[in-house]
Design a protein around this ligand. Sequence first.
Ligand code: UDX
Length: 459
Amino acid sequence: MKISVIGAGYVGLTTAACLAQIGHDVFCGESDIEKLHTLQAGVMPFFEPHLEDVIADSRKSGRLTFGSTEEAIEWGQAIFICVGTPPLGNGDADLSAIEVVARMIAKRAVGYRLIVEKSTVPVQTGAQLRKHLAVHRTQKLDYDVASNPEFLREGTSVEDFLHPDRIVVGVESQRATDLLREIYLPVIDQKIVCPIHSECPQRKAPRFLVTDTNSSELIKHASNSFLAMKISFINMVSDLCEAAGADISKVAEGIGLDPRIGSSFLQPGIGFGGFCFPKDLQAFVRIAEKFGCDFALLKEVERINQSRVDLLVEKIKKELWVLRNKKICVWGLAFKPNTDDVRFAPALSIIRRLLAEGAHIQAYDPEAMDKARKEIPEVAYCQDVYEAARGAEAIVLLTEWEEFRKVDWTHLSTVVERALIIDGRNTLSRDDVTTHGFQYVGIGGVSGAPQMSAILANG
Ligand code: UDX
């Protein structure tokens, strides 16, 4: 099918590339001229595993083209809107980019179009789009508006697109349902040439869930908010474990064995970041407010998440006492591993706090240093883990890259000023680290006997 994707961000580029990979003829429109030229020159605007290869293959076979938004609108029978919906100052999602695209479609498109909102939007955006298109159409345009939220995690977005658990479509007509099913059929039947696995792991076929547009829009916000809630929950339990002398890794394992709870998203640490959870959570609270529902639960999830930065800074201060003029090594800047994305990364908030206290930061991240440098130029960005650790009073791990688990601890111990690891993601093995003479400080772990104050306080 001829398909257009508007917007070449994390979601749009993955969507365009993967739709081409499963056999469609895709035109991806991008309004940022510089970014468009970068893509046309075959250069990736960000790091995402496998995406570069999928794009290169699809372009070579002629199934993927990059061009202007106007050209994209004229191309596809289905138009996937993947433009950004960043947060406004009050937490609302900024829908202005969607409005601009809708107006362009209304003015330029002729004949039938299936207009699919893939960007994360508040409930009833589909209804607004329908009205807006009706008001502004000038040509003979016939259309359906559908919602098809993305559940793509950065770092595994190609895999998530090609091997999803579910494909949710919010539709108001049989024609839209049929077209979306046709588009996703290779994924539903798992008849794809997989660019990731030579033999794909056996998985259940994805569920193709058909709903109305309002419900589909809500599914997306509710899913991300629920996952964020799980993270804040386990982070609070981890604080309790630390105070009471329990081990959060065992507690999380024990909780997660209940299939009603599940073991994923129970990793404690410095909190969630990235461009989805923080903004979607705020937006969901605002949406609820507009409909008269006080979602105080989610406000607390956000408050707990923000307090994780304070918690880690306090842990560092507890060990180092005065931070002024001390060299602190930071491993990891991205909001999570396997991405170069530093948007709303807790690592950057922590670094800003340490710099404000007068510390000198030496940082290393395998992918995110270019982006972090633009945000915080005062940091010394280093070539590798060892250079970042040279002369440091503490190594603070803020993103759980695989590389950090494979360091040569013996060599590392010769370059640091003080052998201290503060593991903000509980990703290192305490035994590995301590046998090489390092002191290990984790999150929510057993640090010896339960603190007497906690035992007394609890009777
Ligand atoms: C998320 C959703 O998972 C995806 O479905 C959606 O469409 C886009 O937003 P993403 O932002 O890429 O994906 O990251 P995700 O893997 O969900 O992690 C989000 C944040 O939570 C990261 O900062 C991560 O470090 C943190 N996290 C995750 C934890 O702190 N603990 C966990 O147990 C899991």
